[in-house]
Design a protein around this ligand. Sequence first.
Ligand code: MRU
Length: 350
Amino acid sequence: MQSMLWQNGALVLLDQTKLPLQEEYIECRDYRRVAEAIRRLEVRGAPAIGAAAAYGLVLGAAEILRNQADLAEELPAVADELKATRPTAVNLFWAIERMMQVFENLQQAVSAPEIVAKLEAAAIEISDKDKQVNESIARHGATLFTNPVSILTHCNAGALATVAVGTALGVIERAWREGNVSEVFADETRPLLQGARLTAVELSQAGIPVTLITDNMAAWVMKTGKVQAIIVGADRIAANGDVANKIGTYGLSVLAAEHGIPFYVAAPLSTFDFMLASGAGIPIEERNPEEVFQFAGVRSAPYGIKAFNPAFDVTPADKVTAIITEAGVIRAPYKEAIQQLAQKMKEETK
Ligand code: MRU
């Protein structure tokens, strides 16, 4: 399953809200439809959101060109609309800022049609690079496992959450191919069930033994010695190593510490917010309470009550055993290690 394809000037997205029962695709020829798909989680997962938004910006630029309007005047509003879709995953802002940088560097030098062509090339590069980066994450992450272990994961950090390969699931798949994963426990991940609907599908399609649990079973699974490691993805990592990821991740990290189980985070450098001192500054998306009132689209709570629906939480750096990136595996003290990654990223984008 491929989360997205750029085909004949359109972004084709696999509608992840319909999985696993239906495999339907959405053809986006308009950046507004891309923004809607991000908001509705038809495309989701931090790296996938970034790549989709980059293509969204290309669609916006092409529309401005068709309307014979001024790119410099109108493109920033397209960027702003795409940025306003979801607040937590920093990959979204990283990708759009990168695209806008390409635009600003070109503006004076070339014609409007050439600018649109260069923006298209830049979006393709972001999406192609995602695959290479995730392969490197998988390679580095797999070195952490030298004998067969059972791993627990949360939400979906697989190929569907990226352009290809995945982050946490990329590591798991590679370690499994090397004979070092015996089975995977997938948290269902309330309220939108990314673990049950997406992770369980990806793992079983890869032939990896997967056992689904509801989120409230994780503590008991750890207590009874059923897992020896936890690997999750990330939506934003602050400069001190605090990690924002799907709601429920923080709880898993506390449980992992209690049970002496290593807690790993797998993420590309584009998920680091190098300028943000700590996780306290990470904006946490709050979604519609309706998602909590329902289970798989069926009302499961009484009317007339309130619900709280934060989509992410922040795991403090001291609960993170290691962070797996394309540049290698880093451990505490995170501040220094992350500063070095920032330097590396700066050099690469020069
Ligand atoms: O709300 P979602 O489904 O976009 O949340 C996704 C996650 O929390 C993932 O774990 C994270 O984006 C890492 S994806 C490689």
